[in-house]
Design a protein. Structure first.
Ligand SMILES: Nc1nc2c(c(=O)[nH]1)N[C@H]1C(S)=C(S)[C@@H](COP(=O)(O)OP(=O)(O)OC[C@H]3O[C@@H](n4cnc5c(=O)[nH]c(N)nc54)[C@H](O)[C@@H]3O)O[C@H]1N2
Ligand SMILES: Nc1nc2c(c(=O)[nH]1)N[C@H]1C(S)=C(S)[C@@H](COP(=O)(O)OP(=O)(O)OC[C@H]3O[C@@H](n4cnc5c(=O)[nH]c(N)nc54)[C@H](O)[C@@H]3O)O[C@H]1N2
Ligand code: SF4
Ligand SMILES: [Mo]
Length: 660
């Protein structure tokens, strides 16, 4: 039979949103690969992208709705599942009010069609939802104070830079297509600096790697600002025209002498000075910030301190410049039914996402009667999971929608299978980096009558009698969502289906010097920040230190082979902890056995590996391991950042010993 090639897009929570092609034969996907016609991802995809095929036909994939009966699971029909969930939601609404339902969701699948979860709960009347986040919220809010929004340069513009600083990002693991641009930039002779407490493989593409003590990036940036001011390398014309609060900032940074900054950051004075001068003098200079450096109690301010460097040197709004953190160029043109549904919220309650466990323990009036989990695996990915699990387990009724029986699903009362990207029609874009939106066609029908989330929530809405819930097909829903995009740029869905679209003239954000802040300028001094209870100036808040009992810092960044917990489904070994020889020896560890890592929150058994790329007094374990191996978040603490209620998940202090 003829083979058919179907264009789809990787929906993972990733920077790249790669264009892909599925080869379909006899109703089966036999191959997935990158689409060489995608102007940005050009046919290159990572191993995780290729594993969509493996996940699609994996023997352990969930195929039927399941209901817990004591210690066993029984298969139920979709009708039964909808009846049971529907009756429960009706009862809760009647007896306790809709906010007794908590909807927990994340970005486990990035297609627009699955944003109907949110829409459903809005029509239901509004439920308990999260504030802040586990991912990037400190930096997002920090940049909102400074710029008014989160915009990134088109990555091809990085090739116009003479200096690039990669600050706390590890594109070798996390951001495949940035690596290509960096490789090209390096060939052209661009000076590339990497700042990271770990010498990651990204360092191989950098001209230099600078070790920094975790959580001290704010101090480094302020120290650099002081040098730049002292050496008269500021762009005074830019400051006068476009920057608010320079004089107050200048006064504040005067205290950040090289000597002091060396003490805080562990970077020698010569290096700090050279870095500052290179950044300011070898213009245009571009900074690419990752999400690692904001997972701390001072994370939002650390990002603001770095933004300030761009403003005082006039590296904003110019070719080859920018302080790139996120890229929300598409999302501002996506609205439609989900936004409309917000008008139907009668009651809503919020809790800080990081503190799910604490919230469940303490919430009153109403207490939580139902947790509904979509596109996420919180009992692996939130900090302090022992506490969270205990509180989660006590809730009367829990529903989880997932593709696999995750550690979160295992604690549910009803588990619903979801479709794969290869079984959905969808629109996909990333707000992190790639400036493209693309259409993803349905390659095959789901097995065993699995109904996707789009259809499931529609049927549930009917069951609940939510009359205003939009009675439209998935294609219509998608088209309405991007109506603002189509109107503004005079394109049709059909054109998007047959090509890839990015916003024209959005290659250099803030080029016109008009910022979306209250003053219309870049705000070094933000009254909005002050009104929200934080410092108006970018400030260095001292990093936390491990005490006597727990002297080592545990970093748990993202690994190359898995998207968070998703690809650890295939793995059951114990996690590997990486540490340098000095830390290994000073803790009297033995190479032959396993080690025990303890924090205030819990214990984890791991296999040690000596790795000189890890900084002193640091343990590094990749996040994502399931409970069967040992999850890192048994060790982490549920504390939040200064700005944006970000999980300060790398503020985790431990001790390590041989495991007998
Ligand atoms: N393969 C893969 N790709 C992914 C993901 C994945 O799980 N796997 N996840 C996706 C998601 S959701 C996200 S949020 C992104 C994250 O993308 P990245 O930001 O690139 O990755 P992280 O692992 O969060 O951290 C980046 C780096 O920050 C460093 N770091 C930690 N603390 C500090 C510090 O105090 N200062 C400095 N300067 N550096 C520090 C870490 O050592 C790490 O190398 O990746 C996305 N892409
Ligand atoms: N210690 C530590 N913890 C961290 C981090 C860290 O750096 N260190 N990083 C944090 C970050 S940046 C993030 S973004 C969060 C991520 O947290 P999560 O988003 O909770 O992490 P994932 O493991 O990607 O879980 C997504 C789940 O969605 C499921 N899924 C896939 N497709 C679909 C679908 O179509 N429908 C439904 N309903 N489900 C689907 C997947 O099978 C998977 O179980 O983790 C955070 N946790
Ligand atoms: S996970 Fe990211 S890099 Fe890999 S295929 Fe998907 S979008 Fe591309
Ligand atoms: Mo993330």
């Amino acid at each position: 039979m003829n083979k058919e090639m179907i264009k789809f897009t990787c929906p993972m929570d990733c920077f790249d949103a790669c264009g892909m092609i599925a080869t379909v034969q006899n109703g089966k996907v036999i191959k997935v690969e990158g689409d060489p016609a995608h102007p940005f991802t050009k046919g290159y995809v990572c191993e995780k992208g290729k594993r969509h095929l493996e996940r699609l036909y994996h023997p352990e994939r969930l195929r039927k709705p399941k209901k817990r009966m004591g210690d066993i699971w029984i298969d139920i029909s979709w009708e039964e599942a909808i009846d049971e969930i529907g009756n429960k939601l009706l009862e809760i609404k009647r007896e306790y009010g809709t906010t007794a339902v908590l909807h927990y969701s994340d970005a486990g699948y990035g297609g627009l069609s699955k944003s109907v979860d949110k829409m459903f709960f809005n029509y239901y009347g509004g439920v308990t939802v999260s504030r802040g986040g586990l991912c990037w919220s400190a930096g997002i809010q920090g940049q909102k104070y400074d710029f008014g929004d989160n915009q990134g340069h088109h990555p091809k513009d990085h090739l116009n830079a003479k200096t690039i600083i990669i600050w706390g990002r590890n594109p070798y693991n996390t951001n495949l297509h940035l690596m290509e641009y960096l490789a090209q930039a390096k060939k052209q002779g661009t000076h590339i600096v990497l700042i990271d407490p770990i010498r990651t493989k990204t360092a191989n593409i950098a001209s230099e790697h600078i070790y920094i003590k975790p959580s001290t990036d704010g101090a480094l940036a302020l120290g650099m600002a002081r040098v730049i001011i002292e050496e008269s390398l500021v762009d005074q014309r830019y400051i006068d025209q476009y920057v608010k609060g320079y004089e107050a900032f200048k006064d504040y940074v005067a205290d950040f002498t090289l000597e002091r900054v060396e003490k805080i950051t562990g970077i020698d004075q010569e290096t700090i000075k050279r870095l500052a001068i290179t950044y300011a003098a070898n213009k245009p200079s571009c900074i690419i910030i990752g999400y690692g450096l904001q997972r701390y109690i001072n994370g939002g301010n650390n990002v603001r301190c770095i933004d300030a460097l761009g403003a005082i040197t006039g590296n904003i709004g110019i070719q080859g410049g920018g302080v790139n953190y996120a890229n929300k160029s598409i999302s501002r043109y996506v609205k439609g039914e989900v936004v409309k549904s917000e008008g139907f919220i009668k009651n809503q309650r919020t809790y800080s996402k990081t503190k799910l466990g604490e919230f469940l323990e303490s919430v009153q009036e109403p207490t939580i009667k139902c947790i509904f989990v979509t596109k996420s695996n919180p009992l692996v990915q939130v900090p302090n999971i022992s506490r969270t699990m205990e509180a989660f387990a006590k809730v009367d009724f829990k529903v989880v929608v997932d593709m696999f029986m995750t550690d979160t699903a295992k604690l549910a009362d009803i588990v619903l299978p979801c479709t794969s990207i290869l079984e959905e029609e969808d629109l996909i874009y990333s707000s992190m980096f790639s400036p493209y939106i693309s259409y993803s066609a349905k390659a095959v029908a789901p097995p065993d009558g699995i109904i996707g989330e789009y259809e499931f929530f529609r049927r549930l809405a009917i069951k609940l009698g939510l009359e205003e819930y939009p009675d439209i097909g998935q294609g219509e829903f998608l088209e309405r969502a991007i109506q603002p995009l189509m109107n503004t740029f005079e394109i049709t869905l059909d054109q998007i289906k047959h090509s890839y679209f990015s916003i024209p003239k959005r290659e250099i954000p803030w080029e016109d010097g008009k910022f979306e802040t209250p003053s219309g300028k870049f705000e070094l001094y933000s009254e909005m920040a002050m009104a929200e209870g934080t410092s108006p100036l970018p400030t260095y808040i001292p990093a936390l230190e491990g005490g006597r009992e727990f002297p080592l810092r545990l970093l748990t960044p993202h690994c190359k082979k898995s998207l968070h917990s998703q690809h650890f489904v295939f793995i059951s070994e114990v996690p590997v902890v990486y540490l340098n020889k000095k830390t290994f020896v000073s803790n009297h560890l033995e190479m032959s056995g396993l080690v025990k890592i303890e924090s205030k929150q819990g214990i984890l058994i791991a296999k040690p590996e000596i790795d000189e790329s890890v900084g002193d007094e640091i343990l590094m374990i990749y996040e994502g391991w399931w409970h069967k191996s040992g999850s890192v978040n048994f060790l982490t603490e549920d504390i939040i950042s200064d700005i944006g209620e970000q999980a300060a998940i790398y503020d985790c202090f431990c001790k390590i010993s041989n495991h007998k």
